[in-house]
Design a protein around this ligand. Structure first.
Ligand code: GLC
Length: 683
């Protein structure tokens, strides 16, 4: 199937999205693999976008699209690239917070990838209208299309990273357990949460501070009554090996005298309406202006705003509401009120009354509102927001990372964002947004994860326990068992939901034991993460990537390959004390209960029913390999790089390369930090 190639085809006059680092000349010949044709508006007869299509054989499998609903294999649904503050990730949805427009097509004698570098709305009909056809429509019609070909799925994934750049490297402490909750409102409360973790010996490295730490939800401020001396508090926490991780939202409160608003206005850093005045919409702090992240000067200004918090010693942030989420614009809300008042005069019109519901629902993040405002590029060109909508969060991440680099170029920072686009993977990680305390959302994370890795987002995770709704004890336990392997291991929940800190539950000891496994695995997980990032690989892969010739493996939806040695298979069903697992080769199962309590079972290739009590979860190690397992620790500072137990079965490959750097320097060197562990199995 020839060697790896990437071809670029240009349509119209696309905006520079910052997605790609490898600048390839545009091809002029016929596009391989796809049919491309203009979309004609039936009313006006003019072109309104481009349509790409290709036929699919029944066996074809589709991977990609990063953060979206449904399976690892994306076939059989329609998706829309349109970054959305979506509060309910049900399977009928078409858009979540991110747009990752990469798709890999894999079937008998068929292997290629397509990437649409287009930040506007794109629909992906992947066998929805016709099972045997994929139809992709770009509304903008201005884009770069890339066709990727290669020897294997893994090779194409690597090519894609060559095209789009190396993944973001978090500090090593970011692999520690992080506790978060919307509602932590003071130093005292945070101290108490930390204290409870330490009291119960629940490992902990970070606390996320949600909007409640701010003065009236205004970015870059903090409540002086609740955090009288932020610097001293940060230091106190650091002495306790805890990193504070504040949230920053996209909107800047439109309040006279509030410094970020004033300086942003002076710098011309906000998005504008057609007449040049600032666009305003409400988010948490009330009416806000929206930084023009597509403009270099505005990005620099925004990056500078982090300085007071950085100077207080903060070394991690999460960026939110950056689709951007718009609760309402004044105009749209007023129209809804007018409609309601008009309706009040016609109480007998039940249908009109009923429709009021959708009028008010439509006030939030209304597509029309995204057509009201403009960006100004560095070349002075004005672009209407809807044409570049999906870039907003990614460019916020870029602005933040730029601010960190300007403040301290020597060190890594933790940063994860809700919204993203390809390219943002170079500057930060992502979390999967507002999931719910549902069993199906545990499985959804397993399905999203490899596709996010494929698109470059290696540092990611979901809200463990679920964000919205009340978690049950057994669900949190199973979520944590998955979380053991996620780079971002964060327990987060919404205001007014059941308290979700591990120590609130009767099974606190079981949950603690689960988290100890994470700490024992940090040397391994960090090594595999760094190797994946520094060699443009994937940490998590669908089984098809490693066993493309095994049709059974290619259809597995709820297991994942992890690093070079392992496979995971989380339990995602309530009251299931076990599950079926398909082993694509002989593997050793480590059935964990804690870092020091586990049993080892050698299993042959094939289907197995694995018994897993609520406190048990498996990690499978390929026969012939081994992994290093360290000891339990209460924070990453005390995780050492030696004293491992080496666990494997018949390890014929008797070496393991441990990546052992200082975990914080900004420029890690691959070869220099590889430490070889040796094992004498089978010798
Ligand atoms: C958004 C975020 C969520 C956060 C909340 C309050 O819903 O996705 O994580 O807790 O806003 O800031």
């Amino acid at each position: 199937m020839g060697k790896n190639t990437i071809r670029r085809y240009r349509f119209g006059n696309p905006t520079d999205t910052d997605a790609v680092v490898l600048k390839l000349p545009a091809e002029t010949g016929e596009i391989p693999r796809l049919k491309a044709e203009p979309v004609i508006d039936p009313e006006t007869g003019s072109e309104k976008g481009i349509r790409f299509s290709f036929g699919m054989d029944p066996e074809d499998i589709l991977f990609g699209l990063g953060e979206t609903v449904r399976g690892q294999n994306k076939r059989g649904h329609r998706y829309t690239a349109w970054n959305t503050d979506e509060v309910s990730h049900t399977e009928d949805k078409q858009s979540l917070y991110a747009s990752h427009n990469l798709l890999l097509i894999f079937g008998p004698g068929k292997l290629f990838g397509i990437f649409l570098d287009d930040p506007g709305r794109i629909t992906w009909d992947l066998g929805y209208t016709r099972q045997d056809q994929a139809v992709i429509v770009s509304e903008n019609g201005d884009l770069d299309l890339y066709i990727l070909e290669g020897e294997s799925l893994t090779e194409i994934a690597r090519e894609f990273r060559h095209l789009t750049g190396r993944s973001y490297l978090p500090p090593r402490w970011a692999f520690g357990y992080i506790q978060s909750r919307w509602g932590y409102a003071s130093e005292e409360e945070i101290r108490q949460v930390v204290g409870e973790h330490r009291k119960w010996h629940i490992p902990l490295d970070g606390i996320c501070m949600d909007i409640d730490y701010m003065e009236r939800f205004r970015d870059f401020t903090w409540r002086k009554d609740a955090f009288p001396d932020m610097k001293a508090f940060v230091r106190e926490m650091q002495e306790n090996h805890i990193h504070l991780i504040p949230i920053i939202d996209a909107g800047i409160a439109r309040v006279e005298g509030y410094e970020p608003y004033e300086t942003g206005r002076e710098r011309g850093a906000f998005c504008t309406l057609e007449d040049g005045s600032a666009f305003e919409a409400a988010v948490w702090p009330g009416l806000c202006c929206f930084p023009d992240f597509l403009n270099g000067d505005a990005r620099e200004w925004f990056g500078e705003q982090y300085r007071p918090l950085l100077e207080a010693g903060i070394d991690g942030f999460w960026n939110d509401m950056n689709e951007p989420s718009l609760f309402y614009t004044k105009e749209r809300l007023n129209k809804a009120f007018e409609k309601a008042m008009e309706q009040q005069k016609h109480p007998e019109d039940y249908e009109g009354m009923w429709n009021l519901k959708s009028v008010f629902n439509g006030v939030e993040s209304n597509p029309e509102d995204y057509r009201l405002f403009y960006h100004r590029t560095d070349d002075g060109e004005r672009i209407r927001h809807d044409r570049v909508h999906n870039l907003y969060g990614a460019q916020m991440t870029r602005a933040t990372a730029g601010g960190f680099r300007a403040f301290d170029p020597e060190h890594r920072f933790l940063l994860f964002s809700r919204s993203s686009y390809v390219g943002a993977h170079r500057n930060g990680g992502v979390w999967m947004g507002d999931n719910r305390s549902w069993w199906s959302h545990l499985e959804l994370a397993v399905q999203m994860l490899p596709n996010m890795n494929l698109c470059g987002f290696l540092y990611c995770g979901c809200d463990l326990g679920g964000f919205a709704g009340d978690v049950t004890e057994d669900l949190l336990e199973r979520f944590l068992q998955l979380g053991v392997f996620l780079p971002l291991m964060r327990n987060h929940s919404a205001l007014y939901t059941r308290d979700q800190e591990v120590y609130r539950f009767s099974t606190v000891e079981t949950m603690r034991n689960t988290i100890t496994v994470r700490y024992a695995l940090i040397p391994y997980l960090y090594s595999e993460f760094m190797k994946a990032a520094l060699t443009d690989g994937m940490l998590f892969r669908p089984l098809a990537f490693d066993y493309p010739a095994d049709p059974r493996a290619c259809r597995v939806e709820d297991q994942l390959m992890l690093g070079g040695e392992c496979m995971i298979a989380p339990v995602c069903r309530q009251n299931a004390w076990g599950r079926y697992v398909y082993l694509p080769e002989d593997m050793l199962m480590i059935r964990f209960r804690s870092a020091s309590d586990y049993d080892l079972v050698s299993l042959e290739k094939g289907d197995h029913y694995i018994e897993l009590k609520p406190e048990e979860f498996p990690l499978f190690v390929k026969r012939g390999r081994f992994i290093p397992l360290g000891a339990a620790a209460e924070y990453t500072d005390s995780v050492t790089g030696d004293g491992f137990r080496l666990i494997g079965w018949d390890a014929e490959k008797t070496e393991y390369a441990l990546y052992a750097d200082d975990g914080i320097s900004a420029t890690p060197v691959y070869e220099e930090h590889l430490k070889i562990l040796r094992e004498g199995f089978g010798q």
